[in-house]
Design a protein around this ligand. Structure first.
Ligand code: SF4
Ligand code: SF4
Length: 354
């Protein structure tokens, strides 16, 4: 297993482990004194407040915060010390919803979702529901972390899972700085393992996409240009192939917020996000077509709101009393972290949106 770079905010008893503290930081200072407009005021300028959902397309389920890595930027504050794990009972409630919803995409995430003891059962059952696109967000290193995970590429293939994996750079130095010592080498080996069973090949329908997010307090560069650079470097250096690269902006919450504050970059980063605000990205932000389910079954507008414990503003707040019609009428809960989704070409779990 990779040498861990740090511990979760929870384990460190950091004050930022408290979501109210994070929300307080995001509401005060430069936003309270009028230096910068709040996200609400900004989207109201183009008549886009309140933000409303469109028909549901993506159900994203977080099966637990446990992870074999402790990446510097992690918005989940995941790590080996996190014990929040979705139970089989909650998974069953999710399966009932997956079968009845009109969503075309199911997106399993974590932590490292594979570390949930019922992960394989859940994938087997969920794959029977026949959703068009069944995504598992795998951090790659988990495939090499322990012998019991070595067969994951074959397991994913058997269930026609679409694998989406983080890979912050094609060089060892930049990847290990953000994700921990040894992560690059293990990720390269895992990508080779996935390629070996057919994932990521140009004519293969076994989809393998990579996710890039910046390693510091800056916004991602052009997604198409980066994809070209990643493809060239990974093919030339390691013979690795993949399909798409998604460029994701780091949102100022959790461990990335901690990093911004510790490195004295918080205000500059918020200025950069607000400067890059793109009103045409607002209509397609992730929360408009996605619902996020937490390990304990609560519903959120997106994975980021989940990590800030901002449950949906609806009578239906839990997967056990899921009602899509009622949920459609809600207003989406926003705060200043939302500027991360509307900067430049916009950002979502599937990359740019504008
Ligand atoms: S970013 Fe992903 S791989 Fe890294 S600690 Fe968070 S959940 Fe784990
Ligand atoms: S952070 Fe969540 S709620 Fe805010 S704009 Fe992004 S997807 Fe929507």
């Amino acid at each position: 297993m990779s040498k861990l770079k740090t511990q979760s905010l929870h384990k460190r008893d950091s004050e930022l482990a408290n979501t109210n503290k994070q929300l307080e930081i995001l509401s005060n200072g430069i936003f309270a004194n009028g230096e910068l407009p709040t996200f609400k005021d900004k989207i109201a300028e183009s008549n886009q407040f309140p933000l409303k959902p469109k028909p549901l397309e993506i159900l994203q389920i977080n099966v637990g915060y446990m992870c074999n890595q402790v990446c510097e930027h992690c918005h989940v504050d995941a790590g080996p010390d996190r014990k929040e794990i979705m139970t089989k009972e909650t998974m069953q409630q999710c399966l009932d919803v997956i079968k009845s919803t009109g969503a075309h995409t199911l997106d399993l995430t974590g932590g490292a979702p594979e570390m949930n003891p019922n992960f394989r059962w859940f994938v087997e059952e969920a794959s029977k529901a026949g959703v068009k696109d069944f995504i598992v967000r795998s951090n790659l290193t988990i495939i090499r972390a322990n012998k019991k995970y070595h067969d994951l590429p074959g397991f994913f293939k058997k269930h026609n899972v679409h694998v989406v994996s983080s890979m912050p750079h094609w060089t060892r130095g930049k990847t290990d700085k953000q994700r921990g010592e040894g992560v690059f080498d293990q990720s390269i080996q895992a990508l080779k393992d996935l390629n070996a069973v057919g994932y990521g090949m140009p004519d293969s329908n076994l989809k393998l996409d990579l996710v890039y997010n910046p390693s510091g307090a800056f916004l991602p560069a052009n997604q198409a240009a980066m994809e070209k650079d990643f493809k060239k470097a990974l093919l030339e250096d390691f013979g690795i192939q993949f399909h798409n690269l998604f460029a994701i902006t780091n949102l100022p919450i959790s461990r990335f917020l901690d990093f911004l504050i510790a490195s004295e970059n918080y205000e500059d980063y918020m200025y950069a996000l607000v400067d890059a605000f793109n009103p045409s990205a607002v209509a397609n932000v992730m929360c408009t077509n996605t619902l996020s389910v937490s390990w304990d079954g609560y519903l959120y507008d997106c994975d980021f709101n989940q990590m800030l414990d901002l449950k949906v503003a609806s009578k239906t707040k839990h997967i056990s009393n899921y009602n899509e019609e009622v949920l459609q009428n809600r207003d989406i809960i926003i705060s200043q972290h939302c500027y991360g989704c509307t900067a430049g070409a916009g950002s979502s779990c599937q990359g740019t949106v504008a």
